[in-house]
Design a protein around this ligand. Structure first.
Ligand code: ZN
Length: 370
């Protein structure tokens, strides 16, 4: 049986002592990471070789490292080793980066060994501390085996645990014949989340937009506060809280949309965009990143494939925008500013809808539907 890994993220409510222990673990992991990395770099510069160092050596020198979860420290080593191996394979990428105290995520990952970590009702048992209150808001498949846990403290001061489970993969890859009417084309427009071949578009509800506006207002306020002042400190906490809310809303919206589309259609066809190279382009960078289209596409693909449905990508050079979805003519002179697509054949349609229709036709062609 094939197995797969899935992460479940839950809110944690640690008490004062547990928070202290977590903070200590974040600090120790960062300390160990930076020390091990510094020693690796020194050895490399002196000998050109890869140093194999382990947390045990550092525990002798810094005995207080023993006060935190040893598996979290072991994980630091694993993580650093893979980053360092990448460097050896591709030295042009440079050494792995050091972790600054103020600009790095407060998190640590620890592994499950002999039941040292357990989810018991509303409590999560972690090594070296009393069980922490946890809100398990969704069900975990009963056959899932807990493999590791990542504890995170967000800049807003909220705590989360991401539980990684190994579970049986869904094996319903019975590729059923996809009917043309159940194929959806999606064009990822520069604004909004996407335009569908049925003429509708995904747009965040107004109240989400309101929060986005609030976020930028709070950010502006922060930039006007005097650094180090009491107002500045207060405002500094408000911004990440707002960020988090916007992010959560976005995820919630995306998840619901993914569920709806995957339920309604048998196959989805999208452009094969290289999101990275696109976000580098100055003009669209921001909106592409903001709309997190990449995450949406990944989620949709996963959901469809889990149901044995198809997620297909049109070739990168497929002219989805320039092609007329009615007669197939290509308009080479189409500008980015042309919002309406007009063709010699008399066809006239919103630019993005025309592109989505082209993607749908391409999907039908690729899948060879009747
Ligand atoms: Zn035409």
């Amino acid at each position: 049986m094939r197995s797969e890994y899935r992460a479940y993220r839950f809110r944690l409510y640690p008490g004062k002592k547990q928070m202290e222990q977590m903070a200590k673990t974040f600090g120790c992991c960062r300390f160990l990471y930076n020390h091990m990395l510094a020693d690796k770099i020194r050895t490399y510069q002196e000998t050109g070789k890869m140093l194999r160092n382990t947390p045990a050596q550092y525990k002798r020198e810094f005995p207080w490292l023993k006060e935190v979860d040893s598996l979290a420290l072991a994980n630091v080593q694993l993580h650093l080793e893979s980053a360092y191996r990448n460097f050896f394979e591709n030295p042009a990428a440079g050494f792995p980066k050091f972790r600054a105290k103020h600009h790095s995520r407060n998190s640590y990952t620890t592994n499950v060994v002999n039941g040292n970590i357990r989810l018991e009702g509303r409590r999560l048992k972690l090594p070296k501390m009393d069980p922490v209150r946890i809100i398990v808001h969704r069900t975990i498949p009963s056959d899932g085996i807990l493999k590791s846990v990542t504890i995170v403290r967000e800049p807003s001061g909220k705590y989360y645990a991401s539980l990684l489970y190994e579970q049986e993969a869904c094996e319903n890859q019975t590729a059923f014949p996809v009917r043309a009417e159940n194929v959806l084309g999606i064009d990822f427009a520069m604004s909004g989340l996407g335009v569908f071949s049925d003429g509708t578009r995904a747009d965040y509800p107004m109240y989400y937009r309101k929060d986005e506006k609030k976020l930028s207002r709070e950010q502006r306020k922060l930039s006007r506060c005097q650094r180090g002042s009491r107002n500045y400190e207060k405002q500094k906490e408000r911004v990440p809280r707002c960020h988090e809310k916007v992010r959560n809303q976005r995820m919630d919206y995306q998840n619901k949309l993914v569920c709806r589309l995957a339920g309604q259609f048998d196959a989805v066809c999208v452009e094969d965009l290289d999101m990275k190279s696109m976000s580098k382009g100055l003009h669209f960078g921001k909106s592409v990143m903001d709309n997190a289209n990449g995450a949406f596409r990944r989620k949709l693909q996963e959901k469809l494939e889990r149901q044995g449905k198809a997620f297909v990508k049109a070739d990168r050079y497929f002219p989805s925008s320039k092609r007329c979805s009615r007669c197939g003519r290509i308009r080479k002179d189409l500008q980015l500013s042309d919002r309406i697509y007009e063709c010699e054949c008399g066809y006239k349609e919103d630019r993005d809808v025309n592109a989505a229709l082209n993607l749908r036709q391409e999907g039908i062609r690729i899948l060879g539907c009747a």
